[in-house]
Write a protein that binds this ligand. Structure first.
Ligand code: COS
Length: 384
């Protein structure tokens, strides 16, 4: 399929493919096994200017958009979803500053982010607020020229490794979603500590950690936007990031398909390569078709976002849900095509199937995505 990429987009795709082949594939198994954060790979991505892809040129970035980010994320995911998650979560944490930060905040933080000098994380989820994002309990109380933060964030990607955190906290609990506010908190601020490092089923080289705020004082100027805008900032951040999660699904499914297809051409049973059997061929045909359909949707939504369309909540939820459900099916079927070999750690599809599961869960479960799509359909119908 030709997706009509321009020269820059083709260059980004080839560059990330090369990094994936040379730097990621040789170490992905060991990183998974040791649950080791991929710092060396992050350095390579930084040297290649890939952290600045979606950051405007005036802040030291390359000034590209959602489509270019999706292309990079897809190619990283094709090799290792743990690495891709680390990279994509950095974009997730950057969006609140990019979309709603003051000029001063953008000048202070974006150049370092674009250069890959400092990693970013997004802190919304809490022990009692996952799908119910408005149910967060972390508080931020204004005291003179400072806000005092108290509470715990859970399952934060890049937690501990990132130096900049976009945190959503309640400044007025009585107002519900409208009482949430977004803040920038830097690693090393007194009262800000890291808790438990999670041991996970998949994406094991990515860091997932608790953030603990215990009377953590941050300057008043670290507020993003204004008081009460935190829930909207979180929702808009997720709207922007979800096409990228779709791209993760496309990438990991492509990687798993390639492994299964190559195996099926070599594996001989009943005197023939198993790819010649219709039962296997049909599985591979469905896998390839589903990947292409998801890819087309993800790229369309990314282009839609890049055109400056104001509301693409429904479309980004559609890309996320379709591509990630597809990724779970395709990685599972890749294991099935490869049979006993697919189940063994010797082959990468075992890891891919474990890794893919998180895509249906993080950045809004696929059940929540369907709620979001359903609500948008009802709203659209009411307007007609
Ligand atoms: N863009 C702009 N505004 C939005 C929005 C969006 N995408 N989604 C909601 N809003 C607004 C609503 O319009 C509403 O505004 P009003 O107060 O003016 O009516 C306000 O935000 C509250 O919205 P809503 O009533 O829909 O909030 P709910 O508490 O019902 O929650 C869902 C909505 C479920 C969509 C939200 O909680 C969610 O996205 N949950 C999943 C969170 C998630 O992805 N977690 C993963 C961890 S982050 S990696």
């Amino acid at each position: 399929m030709d997706y009509f990429f321009n020269e820059d987009q083709i260059m980004i795709k080839e560059l990330v493919q090369q990094i994936a082949e040379e730097k990621i594939k040789p170490v992905r198994e060991e990183l998974d096994e040791k649950e080791e954060f991929p710092w060396e790979i992050m350095k390579v991505l930084a040297q290649s200017d890939l952290f600045g892809l979606f950051v405007p040129e005036q802040y030291g970035g390359l000034g590209k958009g959602c489509l270019e980010l999706c292309i990079a994320v897809e190619e990283l995911s094709r090799a290792c979803l743990g690495v891709a998650t680390t990279y994509a979560a950095n974009a997730l944490g950057t969006y609140p500053i990019l979309l709603y930060g003051s000029e001063e905040q953008k000048n202070k933080y974006l150049p370092d982010i674009a250069a890959g000098k400092r990693l970013v994380a997004f802190g919304l989820t809490e022990p009692n607020a996952g799908s119910d994002a408005a149910g967060i309990q972390t508080t931020a109380k204004l005291n003179g020229n400072e806000y005092i933060l108290n509470g715990t964030k859970q399952w934060i990607t890049n937690g501990g490794e990132a130096e900049i955190y976009a945190i959503i906290a309640m400044t007025d609990k009585s107002k519900g979603a409208r009482g949430a506010t977004a803040f920038i908190v830097e690693k090393g601020t007194p009262g800000f500590q890291f808790g438990k490092k999670e041991k996970k089923m998949g994406i094991r080289c990515s860091s997932t950690r608790e953030l603990i705020f215990d009377s953590c004082r941050i300057p008043r100027g670290n507020i993003i936007g204004k008081e009460g805008l935190g829930f909207i900032i979180a929702m808009k951040t997720l709207d922007n990031a979800r096409a990228g999660v779709g791209a993760q699904g496309v990438g990991i499914a492509q990687g798993a398909f390639e492994e299964a297809f190559s195996f099926a051409r070599k594996r001989v049973q009943f005197g023939h390569p198993i790819v010649s059997f219709q039962a296997v061929q049909h599985m591979l045909a469905d896998m390839a078709t589903e990947i292409e359909a998801a890819r087309a949707l993800v790229y369309s939504v990314a282009r839609f976002a890049d055109m400056g369309v104001k509301d693409f909540t429904k479309e980004s939820a559609m890309a996320k849900v379709f591509a990630t459900d597809m990724a779970m099916r395709v990685t599972t079927n890749a294991v099935q095509v490869m049979g006993g070999s697919g189940y063994m750690r010797e082959y990468p599809v075992e890891k891919m199937m474990r890794d893919a599961k998180i895509l249906q869960i993080y950045e809004g479960t696929n059940q929540i995505q369907r709620n979001v799509i359903g609500q948008a359909l009802i709203r659209e119908a009411a307007k007609k």
